[in-house]
Design a protein around this ligand. Structure first.
Ligand code: ADP
Ligand code: MG
Length: 280
């Protein structure tokens, strides 16, 4: 059984990549569940109107249910909308529903539009009876205001990278956006973690993608890779993480390993990507 250690203070990570289908939600949900299973207190904030993280963690997120939309629009606190994940006492979820789909436009005119989530999260973490070890924000596949809000509310970016031919395409743009947020709004923001997902160890392509990403970002890329498995893709249809659904399977074990690796980096000086050095 893996041994997780509590970080000195709450670590907040946004799971982001403007490409869809690279494993953001799967990563957010399963790293969070692995940590919860390991005894840590975890909060997952679903920032994607699709609500896939809410589905996979088994919380109600039908239209009209109080959600992150009401939080960022100031109608509710995080404490009021969050729901416990039915599988783990120590995993709470702020759901997202389709109601969030207009938010990018609605927020555009608000004076403090970049920091709406940050203010609510700071307030929640300061007032909560529980001490949270980790907060994960699952981002939609864009670089819009919802993602900027996520980047302003955390200090670490976790970037899943799918092991495929186009893996690095768009990464420069993502890093540039993170650099801009760091310069203008959130100086504490770091790219701490990249995780290669849907890795197939039998293919040369997977190996090449891993080597290339590792070569570009040696201290950021986790040693652990996530294999492509049927169980990982099936778990959400049972409203479960793969950690719960297939605890001894390859997918669950890989996500536990990735979660441990992230946890073990707590005290390491996490590396900043300097956007001026980014050659795209
Ligand atoms: P994103 O949030 O970046 O859009 P998802 O996490 O939803 O991506 O993953 C996209 C699709 O790929 C989903 O259907 C998911 O179940 C599947 N998937 C993700 N990771 C794996 C994996 N390791 N093995 C098999 N299927 C996966
Ligand atoms: Mg997603």
């Amino acid at each position: 059984q893996a041994v997780f250690t509590k970080p000195a203070s709450t670590r907040r990570l946004a799971v982001a990549n403007q490409k869809g289908g690279v494993g953001k939600t799967t990563t957010a949900v399963n790293v969070a569940a692995a940590m919860a299973q390991g005894g840590l207190q975890v909060l997952v904030i679903d920032m994607d109107p699709q609500g896939n993280a809410s589905t996979a963690l088994g919380v109600n997120h039908t239209s009209g249910v109080p959600s992150v939309y009401d939080v960022i629009e100031g109608r509710n606190t995080i404490a009021e909308v969050m729901q416990p994940c039915p599988d783990y006492d120590n995993l709470d979820v702020v759901p997202a529903s389709i109601d969030l789909s207009g938010a990018d436009l609605e927020l555009a005119d608000m004076p403090n539009r970049n920091n709406l989530l940050r203010e609510k999260l700071d307030e929640f973490l300061a007032q909560s009876d529980k001490h949270y070890d980790y907060v994960f924000v699952d981002c939609p596949p864009s670089l819009g205001l919802l993602v900027i809000n996520a980047m302003c509310a955390v200090n670490e970016m976790l970037i899943p990278i799918q092991a495929e031919y186009y893996a690095l395409e768009g990464l420069g743009q993502l890093i540039n956006t993170i650099g801009l947020v760091q310069q203008n709004f959130n100086p504490a923001l770091l790219v701490s973690t990249m995780l290669v997902t849907m890795y197939d160890k039998r293919t040369l392509l997977s190996q090449q993608v891993y080597a290339e990403v590792k070569n570009h970002y040696p201290s950021i890329v986790l040693d652990t890779t996530i294999p492509r498995t049927v169980k990982v893709s099936e778990a959400p249809s049972f409203f479960q993480s793969v950690i719960k659904y297939d605890p001894r399977g390859k997918g669950a074990l890989a996500y536990c390993e990735a979660a441990l690796e992230i946890n073990n980096r707590s005290n390491v000086v996490l590396e900043t990507i300097d956007m001026r050095r980014n050659e795209n």
